[in-house]
Design a protein. Structure first.
Ligand SMILES: NC(=O)C1=CN([C@@H]2O[C@H](COP(=O)(O)OP(=O)(O)OC[C@H]3O[C@@H](n4cnc5c(N)ncnc54)[C@H](O)[C@@H]3O)[C@@H](O)[C@H]2O)C=CC1
Ligand SMILES: N[C@@H](CC=O)C(=O)O
Ligand code: NA
Length: 439
């Protein structure tokens, strides 16, 4: 098996998790790519700086330039414009594939980087740059490339969604919520990029460029952040049935100016927006992100997941690394799936889930106690129990409908419980047994 040499630039929130996964999951990654992904070095500012992740000291170097020169794949996670830009260009010149999460750089000078990468016939990918762990750029670029996207509406900044959500749900103060977002590794090194809307604007420019097959830069994006949003605004929105979210919106609009009569243009904007509380994006809490896409043929689509944080973002970085490595190993589109593993298939009997059970019972004293006792005997724990009485004309003939939701149990335990319960004299019938997920 061949080896691909990986250089990592930056060992902060995201970089440290990428390094950890490359080392811990080396065998699985090799099986999926067809090559060993050898982490040859990590460029840092200070070798002895304290880090959250315990990594071998010998991997650290302060000589980023030398590191990229000997790499097959360079992962840039230092952020900022320079020296990230020069190091990416140097990597491309040396024929290395580049993976980056640097939306600020891509929105500012993406075209230069893409053109250099195309000219050198190397890959430059950046799924982590927009909406962290959510696979959004590849779906837009590949899966939706046969459709016509008309509108993209996204919560694409985890820090601001976290702050607004905390203010809305717990009444937290802006500064406290921001400090917590920084502590959790969501915020940029300079959090004004988050709260000022510039990070979302950079992502908006990237989303618009891929969605509308045209290069849009940061300057094309109207940008308002959340620093002017007050607790009173949030409370007033809540009273009126709305929630305030920072949205990045890119949409096709008709042009009625002299040059463009009858044609269309694209508007890209970022600003705090009131959304009705029943809109799908209103249910996106904490640092989660979601991107809502309207396309001519597909209709509405929504992509949801963790938009910030070291480990989730590392997932997107590793996805780009694996797919780039597959293409380097096999050429062309590379390996598109790996089904060479040997994970055994298991029957539903191995599953532990919750159940909702409906019972039609006689309305008599002691019925509930008898049912509860039987569940306990079978080791199935009841989470909730609701009863509604159906009165009858004759005394003693009333029935009750009982709905029980259990804690997680095995199929076997549940089947035994249902079997036993049918034999109780007070049970008229078991009216339904349904499995519960997501509770
Ligand atoms: N943290 C997150 O949730 C996400 C971050 N990103 C992007 O990923 C990149 C990295 O983000 P984080 O890890 O959060 O940032 P971070 O600030 O935690 O880490 C960056 C690291 O790079 C180092 N660095 C900076 N300049 C350097 C240089 N010249 N030489 C060597 N090391 C240098 C810094 O000392 C720091 O340790 C950024 O471009 C960010 O925008 C993208 C998606 C989510
Ligand atoms: N600071 C960013 C990190 C991910 O891009 C955010 O809060 O979303
Ligand atoms: Na992403």
């Amino acid at each position: 098996m061949s080896t691909l040499r990986i250089a990592l630039l930056g060992c902060g929130n995201v970089g440290s998790q990428v390094a950890r996964i490359l080392l811990e999951d080396a065998d699985a990654l090799a099986a999926r790519t067809g090559a060993r992904l050898e982490l040859t070095g990590i460029a840092v500012r200070s070798i002895d700086a304290p880090r959250d992740v315990d990594l071998p000291r010998e991997l650290f170097t302060t000589d980023a330039e030398a590191l990229v020169e000997s790499a097959d794949i360079v992962i840039e996670l230092m952020g900022g414009i320079e020296p990230a830009r020069s190091l990416i260009l140097r990597s491309i010149e040396h024929g290395a594939t580049v993976v980056s999460g640097n939306k600020a750089l891509l929105a500012l000078d993406g075209p230069t980087l893409y053109e250099k990468a195309d000219a050198a016939k190397v890959q430059l990918s950046y799924e982590a740059a927009v909406a962290g762990a959510i696979p959004i750029l590849r779906p837009i670029r590949d899966s939706l490339s046969g459709d016509r996207i008309t509108r993209v509406l996204g919560i694409v900044n985890g820090t601001t969604n976290f702050i607004l959500d905390q203010m809305d749900t717990t009444g937290a103060q802006f500064d406290d919520a921001l400090a917590e977002a920084q502590r959790l590794g969501y915020a940029e090194a300079d959090p004004t990029a988050d709260v000022g809307g510039h990070d979302a604007a950079a992502k908006g420019a990237i989303l618009a460029s891929l969605s509308f097959h045209t290069r849009f830069a940061l300057d094309d994006v109207y940008c308002e952040g959340i620093t002017q949003v007050t607790a009173a605004d949030i409370a007033a929105a809540k009273d009126a049935g709305f929630v305030i979210k920072l949205l990045a919106i890119a949409e096709l609009l008709p042009r009625d100016d002299a040059d463009g009569a009858g044609a269309e243009g694209v508007s890209v904007r970022v600003h705090p927006t009131l959304l009705p509380r029943d809109h799908p994006l209103a249910a996106v809490h904490g640092a989660f992100n979601a991107v809502f896409i309207e396309a001519e043929n597909a209709g509405e689509l929504m992509f949801y997941g963790q938009g910030a944080g070291g480990t989730p973002t590392a997932s997107a970085v590793l996805g780009d690394v694996v797919s780039a490595a597959r293409r380097m190993v096999l050429g062309g589109p590379g390996r598109t799936e790996t089904t060479t593993g040997h994970v055994p298939s298991m029957s539903i009997d191995a599953v532990r889930t919750s159940y909702s059970i409906g019972l039609d019972v006689a309305d008599q004293p002691g019925v509930l106690a008898r049912i509860a006792q039987l569940f306990a005997e079978q080791g199935v724990s009841i989470e909730t129990l609701r009863q509604s009485i159906h009165p009858a004309g004759d005394p003693g003939q009333a029935t009750a409908e009982i709905r029980i939701v259990t804690h997680r149990a095995t199929e076997a335990a549940l089947a035994a419980t249902v079997e036993q319960i049918q034999h109780l004299a007070v049970i008229n019938s078991v009216t339904s047994v349904l499995r519960v997920e997501g509770a």
